[in-house]
Design a protein around this ligand. Structure first.
Ligand code: PGA
Ligand code: ZN
Length: 425
């Protein structure tokens, strides 16, 4: 039984306050979790409760912390920490709004995750095994954001994330080694071509070079892969997160990208060119967040994995709509977009049961918390996106996966390119 629930503010990787919760059980278990925070957030995400006012430039979380320490604590102390669904449902009811705006999704999620950690800890089990049971054994292929643009960097790149995907590795630890090598080769490529300013990094640990055009970034990645001694496409593939809502002009009904103005069909043609020129296996949010119909066209026409992030916001009802229309073929799973572990798992299972791939994801504002690494293994999603192989809040997740792989021993599997079942090249 849960004996105590306590929250406080701590800082995230951008230096903003966020909610940390601790849950204690009668069996001596302790669980702790820190909530992440996005910058290019989807309009339809659950609400992150911020104080406003002067403290922390309005970004304080004292109301969310207070909500955990009073209303939520009163409700769930005495409940069984193993009853995750019941606890999450209780918090959702207590909040009573469709987007968790009364208590705050940050307040609710901190407790939801800490409860899972507390239950696992009570049994002395690692979180992935507690959540996923004996079937949990697939180490995810990492999609690593090594060139940052959009809202995550102070450069002119409009596409938010240029990622390397070590599909040719045999194990997760080999994948991490290859990624680290390519990351450092990329550093050399960028420094040589653009000068030492180019190796400053953005919010997710990737470089933020002063480039103007998507192709420049993609060319630098291919070059870095070769320089590190790997085969582009075979050993290391590429992936994009366009985060297209950020460069969509609703008034004009057009996308402003790479110095041009694109209508939807033109933008899809542009992606097709890039997919033909570069070994891209996955494109996230290629179109703005409410264009389900456009996502369905993209999914039919692009021969790569099409990922819905701002489109689905880890929300089962938006995903259901997407499934019925054939919009996207993969779900980006961000626990703080929806606000409880239970609802996140529901969205993931709905996706998998309908042939969609699932990518567990960090946010651009992160912490040392490693919960998402465990969720990826628990659900055997086969894919994770958690930034560059650099910066502590990013490497915390990758390093945890190294430990999990070691612990699983001969049961561990790394799927490589087979994790991308919607990629057809
Ligand atoms: P965010 O970016 O955390 O700033 O929303 C990550 C993403 O768009 O995938
Ligand atoms: Zn995204």
């Amino acid at each position: 039984d849960i004996t105590r629930v306590r929250a406080r503010w701590v800082l995230d990787s951008r230096g903003n306050p966020t909610v940390e919760a601790e849950v204690y059980t009668l069996g001596g278990g302790i669980g702790r979790a820190i909530v992440p925070s996005g910058a290019s957030t989807g309009t339809h995400e659950a609400l992150e409760l911020r104080d406003g006012g002067r403290d922390f430039h309005g970004r304080g979380v004292s109301r969310a912390v207070e909500n955990v320490n009073t209303v939520i604590a009163r409700e769930i102390v005495g409940m069984d920490s193993r009853k995750q669904e019941e606890i999450d449902r209780r918090m959702v009811e207590l909040d009573g709004t469709p987007n968790k705006s009364r208590l705050g999704a940050n307040a609710i999620l901190s407790v939801s995750l800490a409860v899972a950690h507390a239950a696992a800890n009570t049994y002395g089990m690692p979180l992935y095994a507690y959540l996923g049971g004996l079937q949990a054994h697939v180490l995810p292929v990492p999609l690593m954001n090594v060139i940052n643009g959009g809202k995550h960097a102070g450069n002119e790149l409009k596409i938010q994330e240029f990622m390397i995907v070590p599909v040719g590795a045999k194990t997760f630890s080999e994948a991490l080694k290859i990624s680290s090598e390519v990351y450092h080769s990329l550093r050399n490529v960028l420094k040589e071509r653009y000068g030492s300013q180019a190796i400053n990094v953005g919010d997710e640990g990737g470089f933020a070079p002063p480039m103007k055009e998507s192709r420049e970034a993609l060319r630098a990645l291919v070059e870095a892969i070769k320089l590190a001694g790997y085969d582009p496409g075979k050993d290391v593939a590429l992936a994009l997160d366009a985060a297209a809502s950020e460069f969509y002009d609703g008034g004009r009904g057009a996308y402003l990208l790479d110095g041009r103005e694109f209508r939807r069909e033109q933008l899809l043609d542009y992606y097709k060119e890039l997919v033909n020129e570069f070994p891209i296996v996955s494109i996230e949010d290629p179109l703005q967040e409410d264009d389900f119909e456009g996502f369905a066209i993209a999914t039919r026409e692009l021969k790569v994995q099409v990922v819905g992030d701002d489109l689905f916001v880890t929300n089962a009802s938006r995903l259901l709509k997407g499934i019925s229309l054939g919009a996207a073929n993969a779900l980006l799973l961000k626990v703080n977009q929806i606000g409880t572990l239970t609802e996140s798992f529901e969205a993931a299972r709905l996706a998998m049961n309908n042939g969609y791939s699932v990518i567990v994801s960090h946010r651009s504002g992160e912490s040392e918390d490693t919960t998402i690494a465990h969720i990826a293994v628990a659900l055997n999603t086969g894919q994770i996106k958690t930034g560059a192989p650099a910066r502590g809040e990013r490497t915390a997740k990758y390093n945890e996966l190294i430990r999990v792989e070691e612990e699983l021993g001969s049961r561990a599997r790394y799927l490589g390119i087979a994790a991308f079942k919607h990629y057809k090249m």
